[in-house]
Structures are given as structure tokens and as C-alpha cells.
Design a binder for this molecule. Sequence first.
Ligand SMILES: C[C@H](O)[C@@H](O)[C@@H](O)C(=O)CO
Ligand SMILES: [Mn+2]
Length: 589
Amino acid sequence: MKNYPAIGIRPIVDSRRLGIRDALEGKVREMAESAKKLIQENVFYADGTPVRVVIFSGSIAGGEEAARCEAEFFGEHVTATLSVTPSWCYPLETIDMNPLTIKAIWGFNGTERPGAVYLASAMAAHNQMRRPCFSIYGRDVQDMEEQEIPNDVQEKILRFARCATAVGQMQNKSYVGFGAVSMGIMGSFLDPSFYAQYLGMRSEWVDMTEILRRMELEIYDKEEFKDALAWARKNCKEGYDPNPEQRAHSRQQKDEEWEFVVKMTMIVRDVMLGNERLAELGFTEEALGRNGIFGGFQGQRMWTDYKPNADFTEAILNSSFDWNGKRQPLIFATENDNLNGLSMLFGNLLTGKASGFSDVRCFWSPEAIKRVSGWEPVGKAAKGLIHLINSGSTCLDATGKATNEAGAGVMKPWWEMKDADIKACLEATDWCPAELCQFRGGGYSSHFKTDAEMPLTMVRMNLVDGIGPVMQIAEGWSVVLPEEVHDKIDIRTDPTWPTTWFVPRTNGSKAFRDVYSVMANWGANHGAFIHGHVGADLITLSSMLRIPVTMHNIEEEKIFRPHVWSSFGTNDLESADREACRAFGPLYR
Ligand SMILES: C[C@H](O)[C@@H](O)[C@@H](O)C(=O)CO
Ligand SMILES: [Mn+2]
């Protein structure tokens, strides 16, 4: 990332000298330093760099110092502020008034000084002046000399910092869509005003012929291509061929298709991110790239009816590694479904991990599983499963073959991937020549099953007329089925595509009444999935972006939204969220 969005810490104190301010300067500076340390040690940009945190050079006791802080932060590209205070101060003279920054205040819970009184009063000011702000207040009274940050305060500061940093990373970046709407899929329709107003992002269209142009004019790094192709042929083993008898699957054709899909992957990456090597080759415009933070590829049908599909490209770009070793995933949506890509991006920005892209293909009731396979589902599968499978591409991290210290299958932040993890993910994947009935132009589909029981969060952003963007969040787990059961269903469904068996956490009521209800309420044909139970972060992030969450299974006590949301109602949090988002409207309107 070239221009990192920073978090600015604002130390606030009571301005009365001769006894109060002097006594507080040390405490407030120590709060600021400990908050900075906490954030820098635990929050990272998607590229693995620790988040940049700056503390105002002075402390804020009135409007003049608040203005000086604002000016100082402007030069530091501060996109979010955390104000900290141990005492009573003067809200209207000290709060962050910038309409664009994401804000929070941590009021020290000590009785010697009324930090909590200031916090509540500052919230009243924020709420009345249309400047939503997160309120962070520890549960237990602390002694003034206590230095450590209580766990409940740490949790809120870190959740705020992760989500505010995600918001900051999307500002001024682009979605780069190759092609247009794929097969009439509404999620492929790119709405530039949504991206501009809600995310501060640019939308860019690139015709798919750009890939052919760069191939034919050799606008790519041939040296790298040689290495990439050699890596692919060595590490990406071919799998089941659904059409062996067809000419298009001759050895020569298959070899040509490997060259094509590897080259296509490099070209797509270069279009999105740029590549200085291209300038050395005389392609100065192409070297710049398009400042993409995520993208998508239409593919079907015009391209895939005569050229190899982008399954290899999507699977590799979305993974935490390629021929150059571990590297930041580049979120790239199948069928140009930018809304699913955005759901994947949220997960990636919050965790640094690769995100899965899937069709939400089928609900398998326990009865249907038994009828088809003879196996009585048990454990997490006992209430049925949702079959997540994409038409040829999911990140290889979703094999669940990377392992943690305990040897359990996980999906890791890309910077924690080990060579052994990469090797294991590649070995668990085979690449099936594309099924020619659906992909006449050929290509290679990543084929694997998620072979670990992992906590997953399934996510979907939808655009709904009459309300705008809405989020759906379902925490749950991947499930591993007995081999023969998996094979029977997998082969029946599609023997060449990647599968994840998902079971959402259900609670017997409403959209999470049972597994079937989750599927029945899902808002589109696709869903993204993220490793871990990150629903609480997604709820906080959505509230920062003024995007209501209309379906989730997150415990109420974990919900952390701007303080003003409670003024829209505390009995029915879902309606309050919807009303608050409607009242405030998009961040960048
Ligand atoms: C190959 C098929 O056209 C699939 O791509 C299609 O069913 C979808 O994935 C729809 O989302
Ligand atoms: Mn699809």
C-alpha cells in the first residue's frame, strides 16, 4: 500500500491548570501510548504491515488544540481517531469534528476523575451533531495509577481499529471489473455510485480483450512467465478429465491452455496492481496498473465459449501464494460478482487471510443425505448442510491444509503461511480440464474439498431497491464428510469443482431457525466465506459504512456500533441499525 491510512490518537484533558491539567497530562499520555502499542502489535494492513498509529504532539483541552490536532493529522493521512481521557473535559471544545474520520472515545473508568461523565457528554455532542462515535468504557472501576488496559476495553479498541483500518484501506482504491454482467447475474452489475458513496472507491471497467491484447503484443514479463509456467506444471497436477474423448482435450491443447491461463493470471494481476517491469519493457502506461484493491472477471459466456476460463486465475489470485511464494491475496470475483468480491474483501481486510468464493449451491437435509448416500449425518452435519461449490475456482487456502501449532487445519493470515502449508494446499488440489459443455474454451478448474472442520463466517453484500446495500452474516463451521459420502454427492453435483460443506450456527428462530432457513433467506447465488468467527467485526465495519445488517447470528453482547445507534432503539437492534443507516446515509455522499 502506498499511502497508509493511519489511526490518530487524541489525548484529551480538563484545561484547568494549577492542579488539574498538570496532574492529568502524564496519565492521558500514558493512556495514549498504551493504546498505540496495543493497536500496533495486533492490527495489520492487508499487506501484513502493522497499522500506523500517530499520537497528537500535545493534548487537547480546547478548540485551539483540537484544531491543531486536526491539522497535524491531516498531514498524516489519519482516517480514524481514538480520543482518550481519564477525566472530565469540555465536549464541544474537544471532540473530533471531522465529518469523514471514523471516531471512538475511550473514557477511563476511574472515580477520582469523571472520565465516564465526559464520555457520555461527548457522546451527546456527537449524537446531536451527526458525528457518530464509538463509546469505549471499561466495565470495572480502575485505580488511577493502573496502567494496563482491561480486556473488555482492549477488545473494543482492537475491533474499532481493525474495522476503521479496513474502511481506510478502501478509500481511493478501485474495483476493476473485467467484462460486464455475467449470465444476467445481478451481483455482476457494477454500480459506481454505490462504490463512490459508501466506500469512497472508484469503479473501473476493462474489456476482456485487454487480456488478449497484452498476450498478442507480449505486454508481460517473459522471464516471470517462464518461472510461473514451470511452477504451475510442477505443482498443479491435472485431475479428472470430464471429456477425454474430445479433441479440445488433446495433450497439445491442454499444454497450450496451461500457458494461456498462467499468462492470463499475470496479466490480470498487472492490470490491477501495475508492474514496474512493464515500464522497463517500454509499456509505461500499463506499468501503472489501475490502483485496484479487488476485481472480477465476467468470463461466461462470451469469453468462456471460446477461450480458456479464468478458474486458474481466480483460484491463484485469491490464494495466499503463487509462484513467487506467499503473498497478499488479490481478491478476484468469479462471474464479476463485485458484491461477492466486496464480501470477500471485507474478510481479507479484517484478517489478512484468503477468502472463499462459492455458489450457495444446495441445502442437503439429513434425510436427503441418508437417501442418497446411506449415511446418517452426525455431529455438526446432523441438521443438514449447505453445499458451497464454485464453478471452478476457490482459493487453495480453503483446502484447510495449512496447519496451526496444534496441527489443526486453518486458513492463515498470508504472512504466516509456511512453505509446508503452501505445499499441502497444492497437493490437496487437482486441476480438472474444464467441462466442455459449460466451458467450450477449456481452462482448468481448481478441484478440492475443504478437509478440516474450521470456524467459518459466510457473508454476502446485497443491493436492494428501497433500502440500498444490506449485509448478511452467518457464522458456522466447515464439516468433513466421510470420503464415500462426499464423493457420492460431489460426483453427482460436479466432479471438477471445489467444495466446502458448511453448517451455520442455528438458534431455532427466524432466519437461523435451521440450516434450511439460512439457505432460504440467503440474498443471492453466491456467498463469500472467511476463516474464523468474524461476525462481530463485520457488524462493526458495516455500521461504520452505514450498511445495515439484515441477517446475522452474532450474540447480542458482541455487537459494537456507534453510540448513537442506541438512540434509534434498544429493544429491536436490527430495526435500529436499519434506521440509523438510513438516517446517516453513506459515508462519502
Ligand atoms: C458453469 C455454470 O454456468 C456456473 O457458472 C453457474 O451455474 C454459476 O456459477 C451461477 O452463479
Ligand atoms: Mn456462480
